[in-house]
Unconditional design. Structure first.
Length: 285
């Protein structure tokens, strides 16, 4: 595998040898991963490696790295970039051919691109000071393979921008049956009368790692299990609380949807309880 690094002193971009004929550039023909790091330690690295391997398999990309190789790469990136709190970005494309052709090339080495970037330092969850999100609901017009963490993110980018153009910070997406799918760069949870629900894993959503962790944490330490099922837009609009989850944002409350308050319009009590459990989990990692 050809590896290209970016960041810090590790290897400046000028030295990066990425061909303009790389299929990552030409076709978005690749898989990526974002792994959060707190106090120098990756969170749930194995889940991220497994999801990457699922992605490679789904697009017929042969990458036979062992867990140890991925772990060593992440360790090196953390060390060379000052450690602490950061995000690791890994991307593997099918590689660079000598011309532009849609079919998979033969005898081409995959290209890996790796960098780190800043993510917010986790703070003790607090009802008064929590940052909350305003979402805009938009029909999900992406493709039917949203479970693949593909570098081809134009559909997500357009939805994200549409929400920003409308004055919101994220898009809450629903399918043509008026069922919640996810956000453009996060998963979504809906809470009513203390019951937490989130859409089932399917080809309509990315199987988020933070989503998985929140479900596991609630099952282990919470008072009731998260329901993984179809969530209708009627439920979304009637919700007491809405949350979004991602590796970079963590678990964030949503207090506005389509310019209307969610529930009381304030950050909710259930969020506080689960976010506190998630915060402790991250620190104990
Ligand atoms: N995005 N759904 C989509 C479409 C996403 O892009 C993401 C994450 C998630 C949440 O997945 P996870 O909890 O594993 O981060 C759900 C990343 C952070 C990104 O593209 O930057």
């Amino acid at each position: 595998m050809n590896i290209v690094f970016l960041n810090g002193n590790y290897m400046p971009i000028q030295e990066a040898k990425i061909s303009p004929l790389d299929r990552g550039f030409l076709f978005g023909d690749g898989i990526y991963e974002v792994i959060p790091v707190y106090s120098d330690i990756t969170v749930a690295l194995m889940y991220h490696i497994n999801r990457m391997n699922d992605g490679f398999k789904a697009i017929g990309l042969k990458v036979n790295w062992s867990e140890n190789q991925w772990e060593a790469l992440c360790k090196k990136l953390i060390e060379k970039n000052g450690g602490g709190t950061l995000g690791i970005y890994l991307q593997v494309s099918r590689g660079a051919d000598t011309n532009r052709a849609h079919g998979f090339p033969s005898n081409v080495e995959p290209t890996m691109f790796a960098m780190t970037f800043a993510i917010p330092i986790p703070k003790t969850p607090n009802l008064e000071t929590a940052k909350s999100f305003a979402l805009k609901s938009i029909e999900d017009l992406r493709w039917k393979r949203c479970q693949i963490k593909s570098t081809a993110l134009l559909g997500n980018v357009l939805h994200f921008q549409e929400s920003h153009d409308a004055g919101a910070q994220e898009a809450l997406l629903y399918n043509n049956k008026q069922q919640l799918t996810e956000a453009s760069a996060a998963n979504v949870f809906v809470i009513k009368n203390g019951v937490i629900a989130t859409p089932l894993i399917s080809n309509q959503i990315l199987p988020g790692i933070t989503r998985r962790l929140v479900i596991d944490i609630v099952a282990n330490y919470g008072t009731s299990a998260v329901e993984e099922r179809i969530v209708t837009m009627k439920e979304v609009n009637d919700a007491d609380e809405i949350w979004i989850t991602s590796s970079t944002k963590g678990l964030m409350p949503v207090t506005q949807l389509d310019d209307k308050p969610v529930g009381s319009g304030k950050v909710g009590q259930v969020w506080l309880e689960v976010a506190t459990l998630y915060f402790k989990y991250k620190l104990s990692y």
